[in-house]
Structures are given as structure tokens and as C-alpha cells.
Design a binder for this molecule. Structure first.
Ligand code: IPD
Ligand code: CA
Ligand code: CA
Length: 267
């Protein structure tokens, strides 16, 4: 079978994210039952059904590809095309009835995260990117902000408690910033990719929490890296910035000691 162009992968990811997002809306703000997984994080039927729908869409289009999903684990296949799924990123927001949650689909092609889609069903925002093809936000070009100094920056994070527990760096960055805001998860990274915030910090990331973010941020003119500055979706943490602020934020993150006793859980 000939190698599918990135555009084909992107279109499948977009369609699957839309369909899965619509499925989650059927349960949004309905007091859906919440289960607790073995890692002490919540999950609902909406997470499970959305992931199943995405898996079926991908395998219908690309039966030989491999898949890693937060809820369903690994589907073995061709690791040159490795799909990574988070059916609901921001489950805690979803459960609270807060619209800042998203469906995440990334594809690692030839070992590099090259395709990424984030769909925010409750606000109907779709952010999609593939290497060399640009980044779009509901079809328009998505660009990061042109803020050049941290003193003028809007800084977001997911869990303030976890960010502070992880490193003094969060305090230092927050003190220097113009504005700080919470309710992060994927929404915070999307705000950076679309120029509405400048920095988004998350102290705990799994590959499914960030697989689409690397191509999205880089195609929007920004950066997604670990707190050490690696272009990596397998790091334990993540930061999105515009290109100008990446160095300033990384200097602070690198200068502070990470707490070795930190439990690694995002509260
Ligand atoms: C969470 C988000 C959050 C991160 C947590 C994840 P979930 O994902 O990605 O930003 O800090 O570690 O668990 O559980 O809502 O899919
Ligand atoms: Ca997640
Ligand atoms: Ca999830």
C-alpha cells in the first residue's frame, strides 16, 4: 500500500475528532456517572465511547496503523504510523460541566509527531495541523501571539497546586507575567496556538495529553516542549509558548530544581 500523504491522515483525524466530540456532547452537563481508574483519575462513558469511535474511524481508513489510546491501550500495527488518542482531555472540566475540554488525536509518522487535531466540542473550535501544511483554527490560519517579553505575557496552567508542587519555577514565571489564568488542559495550549495566551504550563503530561500539540504549536509559529526544552511528547511535563518567549520561560524552568519527591499526579 503506498504511504498516505499527511493531508489524508489529517482529514481522517479531523472527521474522527468531530464525530467523537459530538458524541461527548450527548453526555455533557447531564450528571453522567463518574468512575475512578486505578491511577485515581476519573473516566466516564463519554470518554470510552468517544475513544471507541475514533479507533474505528482510524482503522477503517488505515487498517494497518498502530494506535495508543488513553482508555483502550495499544492496538498493535505499523509503528511508522502511530496514532495517539485522548478522547476527552480535561475530564475533570467535562465532569464539572465546564466547556474547556477537548478531543485530541495525534499521529506520529516515522517517529515524529506530524499530525495533530484538537476539537473543543462545547465551543465548536477545531485546531488542526500537519508538518508543512500549516495550522488552522476553524479553517482560518492559526498563529501564536507576538508578545516578546514575559512581563507582557498571559500565562495559563492546568493545576496550580501541581505546578507549584513540582517546581518553584511556576511562582517565578507567574510573578513576572502580566496575567495568570487556570482551567488549562488542552484549552490552554490551544489558546497559545491561536494567539490568545502566550504561555501554557502543565506539570504532568502523558503522550496522549500532548501528541497533537507539537505539530499544532510548531505550525502556528510557536513551540511545544518539555520543561527541559526537548521537542518530545514522551516527557513528563509540557510547555507551550510563542517562539519569542520560549527561551525566557525555559531559562526559568531550567534554573529551578524539580522536586524529586513530587508524586507526579496532576491534581
Ligand atoms: C489531564 C490533562 C492535564 C494533565 C493531566 C491529565 P485527562 O488529562 O491532560 O492537562 O495535567 O495529567 O491527566 O485526564 O483530563 O485526559
Ligand atoms: Ca489528557
Ligand atoms: Ca482523557
Amino acid at each position: 500500500m503506498p504511504a498516505p500523504p499527511l493531508n489524508d491522515l489529517l482529514n481522517v483525524a479531523i472527521d474522527a475528532a468531530y464525530a467523537a466530540g459530538k458524541r461527548t456532547l450527548a453526555y455533557f452537563n447531564t450528571r453522567v456517572a463518574v468512575e475512578t481508574k486505578s491511577d485515581d483519575t476519573p473516566v466516564t462513558i463519554a470518554d470510552r465511547e468517544a475513544e471507541q469511535l475514533i479507533r474505528e474511524s482510524i482503522l477503517r481508513a488505515f487498517p494497518t496503523h498502530s494506535i495508543l489510546g488513553e482508555e483502550g491501550g495499544i492496538h498493535a500495527g505499523d509503528d511508522n504510523y502511530r496514532w495517539i488518542i485522548d478522547p476527552i482531555d480535561g475530564t475533570k472540566s467535562f465532569i464539572c460541566g465546564v466547556p474547556m475540554y477537548g478531543v485530541l488525536i495525534g499521529c506520529v509518522v516515522g517517529g515524529r509527531p506530524q499530525v495533530g487535531v484538537v476539537y473543543l466540542p462545547a465551543t465548536d473550535e477545531l485546531i488542526a495541523a500537519a508538518t508543512g501544511l500549516g495550522c488552522t483554527w476553524n479553517g482560518r490560519v492559526a498563529r501564536v501571539s507576538d508578545t516578546r517579553d514575559l512581563s507582557q505575557a498571559v500565562v495559563c496552567c492546568t493545576s496550580i497546586t501541581s505546578a507549584i508542587a513540582r517546581s518553584n519555577a511556576f511562582d517565578t514565571i507567574a510573578e513576572k507575567a502580566k496575567v495568570t489564568r487556570g482551567w488549562g488542559d488542552c484549552y490552554g495550549h490551544v489558546l497559545v496556538a491561536t494567539g490568545r495566551a502566550d504561555v501554557m504550563l502543565d506539570s504532568r503530561m502523558n503522550p496522549w495529553d500532548c501528541a497533537p500539540l507539537l505539530p499544532i504549536l510548531s505550525e502556528a509559529g510557536g513551540r511545544y516542549t518539555t520543561w527541559k526544552g526537548e521537542d518530545d511528547i514522551f516527557g513528563p511535563d509540557g510547555v507551550s509558548t510563542n517562539a519569542a518567549l520560549h527561551g525566557q520561560v525555559l531559562d526559568i524552568l531550567r534554573s529551578e530544581r524539580l522536586d524529586p519527591a513530587w508524586s507526579g499526579r496532576s491534581i
